[in-house]
Design a protein around this ligand. Structure first.
Ligand code: NAP
Length: 271
């Protein structure tokens, strides 16, 4: 697709959002538009219906050539990208032990490789004062049983973001990561249906709009890392420093998580 004339004439600062049609992406796009941005909204099918100040763009993030095409279209605009928010994500719960490797590449591609490639290719178009935001996951700190590939991708994404921040500090570009626990979106529902970890429910799931609001807050007041809820973030960071204590506490957290999952599922009945 080509980028519309409407966008060429728009004077609004540009924000690019991946996963724009997803649970968190939708409220995030609305909030960015309300805050005065023009949003380049990436999804696999390129979006449905016209929305003012939103330019839908089709991109399968598992295909580097499509990422290249998107970057080419943005370069042709000769406009800076003020905010780049990596919101796309994929989880395919699967216990190690089997030999089915079909979901390995897609999770690593969407959660890790694509954010790296897109960031690298777009950096020349991000001005001083611009911002790169990664929607990471508490799984970047808490290893999730049954979701080891997702966990590995999110651990990697945290490392990339922290290194990137050092590389671009001199250019005045901000880098932030948001680490939600569970968020009430289609991803969470798919995760539960496919045997995802009860650790998601140690605390009640956040709302997608709550996470979008955190991103908006970061664009105004940049911070390197934000955990949601912050109490889980503190616990998770302590646990990573002391894996032995983590193993001792894990059964208690799992018990709490199973209770939380039951409460969540009971709440879904009749919704
Ligand atoms: N929900 C949670 O409990 C939770 C918790 C912690 C972190 N997160 C993170 O939050 C972010 C957003 O997740 P969500 O809850 O909003 O999930 P979601 O509703 O499933 O949305 C995920 C988005 O990722 C996009 N995506 C998946 N595969 C893609 C591909 N091959 N190419 C391009 N886009 C692709 C999907 O795009 P299409 O519209 O094209 O399908 C979808 O819009 C993810 O990074 C996730 O890891 C979520």
């Amino acid at each position: 697709m080509t980028i519309s004339e409407h966008l060429r004439s728009s004077t609004r600062p540009l924000a690019l959002v991946t996963g724009a049609a997803g649970g968190i992406g939708i409220p995030l796009v609305s909030r960015l538009v309300a805050a005065g941005y023009h949003v380049l909204a990436l999804s696999r099918n390129g979006g449905e219906g016209a929305q003012p100040f939103v330019t839908p763009m089709a991109c399968d993030l598992t295909k580097p050539e499509q990422i290249e095409q998107i970057v080419g279209q943005i370069a042709a605009l000769a406009r800076p990208v003020q905010a780049l928010v990596h919101c796309a994500g994929l989880i395919v719960p699967q216990r190690m032990g089997g030999t089915d490797t079909s979901a390995v590449a897609s999770q690593l591609a969407v959660n890790l490789e694509a954010p790296i490639l897109l960031t690298m290719k777009l950096l020349p178009h991000i001005p001083s004062g611009g911002h790169v935001v990664f929607i990471n996951s508490m799984a970047a700190l808490v290893p999730l049983e049954g979701s080891s590939i997702y966990t590995a991708s999110k651990f990697g994404l945290r490392g990339f973001a922290l290194s990137l921040a050092q590389d671009v500090r001199k250019c005045g570009i901000h880098v932030s990561s948001v680490f939600p626990g569970a968020v009430d979106t289609p991803m969470l529902k798919r995760e539960i249906d496919n045997g995802g970890s009860p650790l998601n429910f140690v605390t009640a799931p956040a709302t997608a709009d709550g996470i979008a609001a955190i991103v908006m807050g970061l664009l105004c007041r940049p911070r390197a890392e934000v955990f949601c809820p912050s109490s889980d973030g503190i616990l998770a960071q302590l646990m990573l420093m002391m894996p032995r204590v983590w193993r001792l506490i894990l059964p208690i957290l799992l018990k709490k998580g199973r209770k939380g999952l039951k409460k969540y599922l009971d709440g879904q009945v009749g919704r």
